[in-house]
Design a protein around this ligand. Structure first.
Ligand SMILES: *Cc1c(COP(=O)(O)O)cnc(C)c1O
Length: 412
């Protein structure tokens, strides 16, 4: 008989999982691209569905015995349609990255031109960067954020489109705290006769809760992840008009992926069902209120908050004015020692390389899921500033970590 528990099957892995649990319970988990999958989602993901190899789509699987997995995937698709209002939904992408690649494979030819936001301004590497296979397959041109305001400059996007004649324009980013005018970018795409992909990886939950403008029905394609602002566990999805349904589905399977990850698709079904309830909208309202509280408090402490605030779960700060001698990478390490897990981020026109960067990105999805409030955010801002002011004072950082641990304990 195989061992029943992780602790006996492999004590080393078990110990690392236990340590991870402890880390998550004693630190402020503020990585903006993370969240806590709900208990129901975690239960679905740990189910017998992991025993199936689901090749194909509901109603057209390659293997028999597919009745239940078809039902689950169909439910996930129906709920996604209710959440985002798209004609066609594919819930099989293993990740947001593969969702993007499937869209490219569906409608672009190698050598076509992509126009996307420069990764150092908050674009994603799957939008044609040199670090990603999309950069090998397609010619990539970038647009930029306004260096003064940190906001999109729609005129510059239109000008860049006129110059580079793109086949696809990509909107939707990794560190952009403000609303995006999807319609303006769509008009540029129409003028350029280009496809428009709106990557809502960070925004899917905000849009599902109707707390952020939706690009669905505006852009040709929307791709997203399922574990950032929506709490449905790891994975991705693609939304499109019916006319692209077949191209998208065959691009993902069989061209890009093999069998569907059924535990994750069940997680999506359960998590989407939860997101259709009013409690999810209340959760998103608290996420945004917390992010605004954090932004305001950091700003009160003399920290430059990009765009002077946020419409989302993201708070992006630029350290150059208040802590000019500290790189984002050093700040990230000091914060980790102090019990704040958040990542460095480039700011527009950043003089430092992306590996160092001059900014930090914070997210409020995880803490809000645990119950943290706006007044907690004020205390957190103080700890963050104290850590930044004492970046090389190990004792002070340890002291902050102890204080943070006791706040975390109140939410266990
Ligand atoms: C997080 C993210 C993705 C997807 O990431 P995966 O880890 O592949 O799911 C895609 N695009 C943007 C803009 C993102 O921020």
């Amino acid at each position: 008989m195989p061992d029943e528990h992780v602790r006996s099957a492999d004590p080393d892995t078990n110990q690392a999982i236990e340590h991870e649990e402890e880390l998550q319970q004693t630190s402020l988990m503020m990585i903006a691209s993370e969240n806590i999958a709900t208990p129901a989602v975690q239960e679905a993901q740990g189910s017998v569905l992991t025993n199936r190899n689901a090749l194909g789509y509901p109603g057209s699987r390659l293997y028999p015995g597919a009745e239940n997995i078809d039902e689950i995937e169909s439910l996930a698709i129906e709920y996604a349609k209710d959440l985002w209002g798209a004609d066609h939904v594919n819930v099989q992408p293993h990740s947001g990255s593969l969702a993007n690649l499937a869209v490219y494979l569906a409608v672009l030819e190698p050598g076509d031109t992509i126009l996307s936001l420069d990764p150092s301004d908050g674009g994603h590497i799957t939008h044609g960067s040199d670090l990603h296979v999309s950069g090998d397959l397609y010619d990539t041109e970038y647009y930029h954020l306004d260096t003064d305001t940190g906001r999109l400059n729609y005129d510059e996007i239109a000008q860049r489109a006129e110059t580079v004649d793109p086949d696809m324009i990509i909107s939707g980013y990794s560190t952009y705290p403000r609303e995006i005018d999807w319609q303006q970018i769509q008009e540029t795409a129409d003028t350029a006769d280009a496809y428009h992909l709106a990557d809502i990886a960070h925004l899917s939950g905000l849009i599902a809760a109707d707390r952020y403008p939706s690009p669905v029905g505006v852009a040709d394609f929307c791709t997203g992840s399922t574990y950032k602002t929506i709490r449905t566990g790891r994975g991705g999805f693609i939304l499109s008009d019916e006319e692209y349904a077949e191209a998208i589905d065959t691009a993902l399977f069989p061209r890009l992926q093999g069998g569907a990850a059924m535990p994750n698709i069940a997680g999506k079904a359960v998590g989407f069902a939860e997101a259709l309830k009013p409690t999810f909208t209340e959760y998103i309202d608290r996420v945004i209120a917390n992010a605004r509280s954090l932004a305001a408090s950091l700003s009160d402490h003399g920290i430059r908050v990009m765009t002077d605030g946020t419409d989302t779960h993201i708070v992006l700060i630029d350290l150059q004015e208040s802590h000019h001698n500290i790189a984002g990478s050093e700040a990230e390490q000091a914060l980790e020692a102090a019990g704040v897990i958040a990542n460095k981020a480039s700011v527009p026109n950043d003089p430092r390389q992306p590996s160092d960067a001059s900014g930090l990105r914070f997210g409020t999805t995880n803490l809000t899921a645990q119950g943290f409030t706006e007044s907690d955010m004020e205390a957190i801002a103080e700890w963050i500033v104290r850590a930044l002011d004492n970046i090389r004072e190990e004792h002070e950082l340890e002291l902050i970590a102890t204080e943070i641990e006791s706040l975390c304990q109140t939410y266990q």
